[in-house]
Design a protein around this ligand. Structure first.
Ligand SMILES: *Cc1c(COP(=O)(O)O)cnc(C)c1O
Length: 375
């Protein structure tokens, strides 16, 4: 009997590196620029924040823009500038399928969120439902451009004019998207962007608010930093209660290094989204009711690529979304969930919402899966 020969070389399986669902893209010039800021002696809000705001304003057609340390606080501040929440009866209409901050900030200013279910195709707020629920206490609408696919701005602003409502666009995911050929942010009422690490353009944490005039921008500056108003060389007064929401110069320098890449990042994301559509067997997916996103290659910045998994088809195999995620992770593929329907979180259940209130958002919330997509 022959002895099994010793292998000359251990068979080594070289696994592919793990593919996360997203990852920031930061170039070496930006990293060097951050080091320069750190050495400069001025690391918190200063010249880089001013420069970042000026670039953002130029991108938004010259509208006033101020930078903050999150996207969340910019929406809260927009509501405060508009005086929403000063009466406890004030209502703000928004979508239940979003990052929870969209609704949390409504509670934060003392107003009441009112949800309209999503359109199951776009997964954005259904403007037909919005039209039905706008009432005498409705003061504002917060539309969310989920995955970067814009809510219909033409219809939204027609409704706002007709019913005398303020709009706070939660455009956290749609920096680089457009409507009618114009960048999101360059038109409309308040527009809020986030520069969180996962967004298309990042400052690690951060955000900005696009406003209508300098009077609103002055108020935003007060809400951003303890209500402080400075004058002359040594004058200081406090006009109102403000927070601690200023962006650092280190973060602003990251943002300045990101902005020149916006067009190429968006083009790359669109090309990758196309590859998903080209690779999927659409007829098979339709047959098992696995839903693809809207194939939009002109307006959306493709912040995320999400499929709605086939709940019934998986159930026949005793599988759930978590099993699909685990199976993909075993193959080195990262996925994410953006987002569970927020009216079913404990806080919102305590306020009276329950299962069955928004069936389209609930189905999407249970079955949505974010696949890898980043430049
Ligand atoms: C990221 C995000 C926010 C919040 O932004 P932060 O900068 O993390 O505060 C709000 N709404 C949506 C839809 C988001 O994706």
């Amino acid at each position: 009997m022959n002895a099994k020969p010793e292998p000359l070389v251990e068979a080594v399986e070289t696994p592919l590196p793990f593919l996360p669902f997203t990852r920031p893209t930061i170039d070496e010039a930006t990293i060097a620029g951050v080091a320069d800021v750190l050495r400069s002696g001025w690391i918190t809000s200063g010249p880089n924040v001013k420069a970042f705001e000026a670039r953002l304003s130029a991108y938004c057609g010259g509208r006033p823009v101020r930078a903050f340390n999150s996207g969340t606080c910019t929406m809260e501040i927009a509501l405060r500038i508009a005086g929403i929440g000063e009466r406890s009866a004030d209502e703000v209409v928004t979508t239940p399928l979003t990052w929870v901050s969209t609704a949390n900030i409504v509670l934060d200013v003392g107003a009441r969120p009112v949800f309209a279910d999503i359109d199951p195709v776009t997964r954005n707020i259904d403007l037909d439902r919005v039209e039905e629920i706008v009432g005498g206490d409705t003061r504002a609408i917060i539309p969310v451009d989920l995955t970067g696919l814009p809510v219909d701005r033409t219809r939204l602003y027609a409704l706002a004019r007709e019913r005398d409502l303020r709009i706070v666009e939660d455009a956290a995911q749609s920096f680089g998207s457009s409507w009618d050929g114009k960048p999101i942010g360059s038109t409309g009422d308040f527009v809020s962007f986030s520069f969180h690490a996962n967004k298309n353009i990042t400052t690690i944490e951060g955000g900005c608010l696009v406003m209508n005039d300098e009077a609103e921008a002055k108020l935003a500056e007060q809400y951003r930093l303890q209500g402080v108003v400075r004058s002359g060389h040594d004058g200081m007064d406090v006009e109102r209660v403000g927070g601690k929401y200023n962006l650092t110069d280190v973060a602003a320098r990251v943002g300045l290094g990101q902005l020149p890449h916006l067009a190429s990042f968006t083009a790359k994301r669109r090309a990758l989204a196309r590859r998903y559509f080209d690779g999927f067997d659409a007829a098979f997916l339709a047959d098992i009711d696995c839903r693809l996103p809207v194939a939009d290659f002109t307006r959306s910045n493709w912040h995320m690529f999400q499929v709605i998994l086939p709940e019934a088809h998986l159930a026949k195999r005793s599988m759930k979304r978590a099993d699909v995620m685990a199976a993909l992770a075993d193959r080195g593929i990262g996925t994410g969930v953006h987002y569970p329907a927020l009216h079913l979180f404990a806080l919102y259940r305590r306020l009276g919402w329950k299962e069955g209130d928004f069936p389209h958002a609930e189905y999407a919330g249970r079955n949505t899966l974010t696949l890898p997509l980043f430049p």
